[in-house]
Design a protein around this ligand. Structure first.
Ligand code: HEC
Length: 146
């Protein structure tokens, strides 16, 4: 009898916990995802000033675009729009300048995020994504048709 009660209590507490977790996470509040960059050349610790995979070209750039597509969809699309087409709440990343100038601005924002009145409008990704993953995402957004 006592054992049955304990089992029932465990189930009830478990169900309440699940319900609470779901409501507190809300929808659209997607957790940032690490990006698997296997196959891409590893980069030196110091940040590159210009997209190293674009500079390498060929297969490295193609792979970077591919990896960047999933990295983008997991981490950026909810604000910047599916397939890098802005739905309105954040800038359209296809419109960044091409080349080194656009690269620099891209990295500045991705690493540091953007806050206004003490609240993050865009979270910093410095601790979440590797440099390889960030350049892969840049490779993807800069090759989307405008
Ligand atoms: C929670 C929403 C959110 C997420 C997630 C997000 N961003 Fe942003 N991002 C913003 C907002 C809002 C701005 C506009 C900030 C401003 O006014 O400069 C912005 C600005 C930028 C800019 C500067 C654009 C420009 O035209 O000046 C870049 C580059 C950028 N984000 C890249 C990314 C990348 C890459 C990711 C994913 C790794 C990402 N963002 C994830 C909300 C987000």
């Amino acid at each position: 009898m006592k054992i049955k009660f304990v089992a029932l209590a465990t189930i009830v507490v478990g169900a309440l916990h699940m319900a609470f977790m779901q409501s507190s996470l809300g929808h659209g509040d997607v957790q940032p995802q690490a990006v698997d960059t296997e196959g891409l050349d590893a980069l030196p610790e110091e940040f590159a000033l210009e997209n190293p995979y674009r500079l390498l070209g060929g297969e490295q750039y193609e792979l970077a675009v591919q990896i960047g597509a999933s990295g983008y969809n997991q981490n950026c699309a909810r604000c910047h729009g599916l397939e890098a087409i802005s739905g309105g709440i954040a800038p359209d990343l296809r419109m960044l300048e091409d080349g080194e100038f656009g690269d620099e601005w891209f990295m500045e924002r991705v690493r540091n995020g953007y806050s206004q009145n003490g609240a993050y409008k865009m979270p910093p990704f410095e601790e979440l994504l590797s440099q390889e993953a960030m350049w892969a995402i840049r490779s993807y957004t800069e090759t989307r048709p405008k």
